[in-house]
Design a protein around this ligand. Sequence first.
Ligand code: PLP
Ligand code: COI
Length: 350
Amino acid sequence: MVQNIDWSKLGFHYTETEFIVRAACHDGRWEEPYATTDKYLQLHVSATALQYGQEAFEGLKAFRGIDGKIRIFRWRDNARRMAKSAEGLYMTPVPEELFGKAIRMAIEKNIDFVPPYGTGATLYLRPLLIGTTPRLGVGPGHDFEFIVIASPIGPYYPGKFHCTTFIVNRHVDRAAPYGTGQFKVGGNYASSFRATESAHALGYDCIFLDAQHHKYIDECSAANFIGIKTNGQQPTANSQIEYLTPKSSAILPSITNDSLMTLAKERGYKVTRRHIRLEELADMQEAAACGTACVISPIDKVLDPERDRTYHICDQPGPVLSELYHALRDIQFGRAEDKHLWTEVFTPSV
Ligand code: PLP
Ligand code: COI
């Protein structure tokens, strides 16, 4: 099976691997994780995950580097974020060490599915936490299952690093202030499908505004927003360059965005997290969506059909975000020094 994979042709789709890793929790006690080839769960029809959406997930990658080593990117941050999502939905958090053990086991058991260096493809890891207690009365359960799925995924930009167009939708909100938008839970994605699918039908992606005022930028589809104001400077004349990203209680704290902010600060850019009015797009020289899947997805235009307005940002990916994109990819693929200790080199257990 593995021999048949054309790594450079994979997209962001599930390719079945050999094993998943599972661990159960009953009444606050986690059991040891184990690997299984069975991809189906025996789940009670009244499980709280199915009835009341008591579930959370994560997404991270393992990279085959230039030196042949496999590097897992910032998994502890994913483990901590999943613990916050668990608490947000009244679930028992997965202990960090158990999370790490399950991730490593998922890589080891599917090692032949880690794409070779040079193809741009990576092994995507999808930890999932679901409530398994059967109940019909509204309320949280006390049994959970933690699962790690692994799948090789293709390079986000198989051709050239390119731009995407976004469209504003004021008729569908992704998440309310102080609601579940700050957690990585399935309900946020299901609630955004009406907006994202209607944007896709027009050939665009969807930008979400804050649900209270429909005034500030919240998220770009399933990614954080970044805006760059260069004030006419080159990326080497750094102090004038501003990296802007939204402050909102309804957005997911992106680990990619956090990494890019660190790299931006290192370059002397001013990094600002604040409310960003949609109209401010007119003063931005570069903008992008950022997340694990794409790292950075530059935005050329944002359409606001209701206000009959188009924000033209740039025709090509701009120099500031292109440089940050390559800098982060270089760390992930082991081509640049990992000063921040973001990667863990995977070592097989035997
Ligand atoms: N925002 C949402 C809603 C997401 O689903 C993701 C992806 O995980 C992100 C932002 C980016 O987060 P990260 O960089 O940790 O992948
Ligand atoms: C990302 O990893 O960047 C995402 O947008 C997550 C999505 C695939 C659920």
